[in-house]
Design a protein around this ligand. Structure first.
Ligand code: GAL
Length: 377
């Protein structure tokens, strides 16, 4: 009998550890950043570099399925659903890799940072993600788009490629367009001359014909229904903001470059009281670095840089994480989402979700919390 009681107590202890480590508390909606986040079937949530779509009263979390060992994509883009952002049900693979040799999304490619938005006119769910082709490292730097009639998928790849071939950014001056900048004249990187040439559009020109590079990315749908693709371009040195067509499946050709040579990755964007805010990371691969923040009165700018929005201990390294998305819950209530990358076993990379707070002057800031409760008002 005593043995049974001891066993019972041990079991209770295990269950309560699981509960405190996983954000499962519906009533309290408790989030434990950087804890062990399991789905309702107690499987580790595998949805990295992700974003969340709110549709029909349900949150859909899309993210990279990452293997426990190795690097490239073996499965595809995962989807989880939840009514409360705490209890996540695995919906399966929203977009699967292809087993056909030569396909853009052939198994062994790299799919990163998927984001999904809903297109009202076509009633389609539209996913964009960063795609690298199998066996080519990170050189392809493509944007890919996939669609589905239902939120959780299955999604079908529409196409992948570089962005806006033949189009100059709106905010590149006539003088800059006329410059004869050639990469062979700037073979050595990081020199002052090279930096100046990058700022003036060295890589925009190099890639003009074939289209601009697109790696870390996010999507944003504005109040007027227009959608934008925001991505690290020009060898990850410069961010681009590009308008999507009304069906969200193509680029219109209208885009701007912001902070040329600023080396921004992992963009996450939201709008509060009419101001657009963007949080990014620096470029240090899987290693965390200091976040950056920018604001603008219009998506087309002018964009202004602010100090690091993270506050308190660990702020200089984004608490060990890298931004991926900012989820709006209501007018004044936003959740900052980041990944804590574990390159030795990417599947077990962890999640940091923290509330976005606002100073009196309206500037957002984010401070570490060991645990906190979601609210939806
Ligand atoms: C990071 C980037 C990730 C992934 C990684 C690969 O800088 O944000 O999305 O591309 O590099 O090393």
């Amino acid at each position: 009998m005593r043995k049974l009681i001891v066993l019972g107590l041990a079991w209770l202890a295990c269950v309560s550890v699981a509960c405190t480590q996983a954000p499962k508390n519906v009533a309290g909606g408790e989030i434990v950043p950087n804890g062990v986040w399991n789905d309702v079937d107690s499987a580790y949530i595998n949805a990295h570099g992700g974003g969340i779509l709110y549709h029909g009263g349900t949150y859909y979390w899309f993210g990279e399925h990452r293997p426990a060992e190795g690097f490239s994509t073996k499965v595809g883009v995962n989807c989880y659903s939840s009514a409360d952002l705490c209890n996540w049900k695995y919906e399966g693979v929203a977009l699967s890799v292809s087993d056909k040799a030569g396909d853009d999304i052939e198994v062994g490619c790299i799919m990163e940072r998927p984001k999904v938005i809903y297109n009202v006119p076509t009633k389609k769910f539209v996913m964009w993600f960063h795609l690298e082709l199998k066996g080519r490292g990170y050189e392809a730097a493509r944007a890919a788009v996939a669609v589905s009639d239902t939120p959780a998928g299955p999604y079908r790849l529409v196409r992948s490629g570089r962005v806006n071939p033949g189009q100059y950014p709106q905010n590149m001056t006539e003088e800059e367009r006329a410059l004869n900048l050639k990469t062979e004249d700037y073979a050595e990187w990081w020199t002052p001359e090279w930096r100046k040439a990058v700022e003036k559009g060295l890589f925009v020109k190099r890639d003009l014909e074939g289209g601009q590079m697109s790696r870390d990315m996010t999507l944003y749908v504005d109040d007027d229904g227009k959608a934008y693709h925001i991505y690290s371009s020009e060898e990850n040195l410069t961010l681009h903001i590009a308008e999507l067509t009304d069906d969200y499946q193509r680029h219109t050709g209208r885009y701007i470059r912001i902070f040329p040579g600023g080396h921004n990755e992992a963009p996450a964007i939201f709008k509060h009281n009419g101001t657009y805010w963007m949080i990014t990371s620096g470029c240090t691969g899987w290693e965390p670095n200091e976040a950056r923040m920018f604001s603008a009165p219009s998506i087309w700018g002018p964009w202004t840089q602010h100090p690091n929005p993270m506050v308190g201990e660990g702020a200089d390294k984004t608490f060990g994480g890298q931004s991926t998305f900012v989820l709006p819950l209501s007018k004044d209530n936003f959740v900052f989402m980041a990944d804590v990358w574990k390159p030795k076993s990417l599947m077990y990379s962890a999640y940091i979700w923290l509330p976005v707070q606002f100073k009196e002057d309206g500037t957002p800031f984010i401070e570490w919390k060991n645990r906190w409760n979601l609210h939806f008002d």
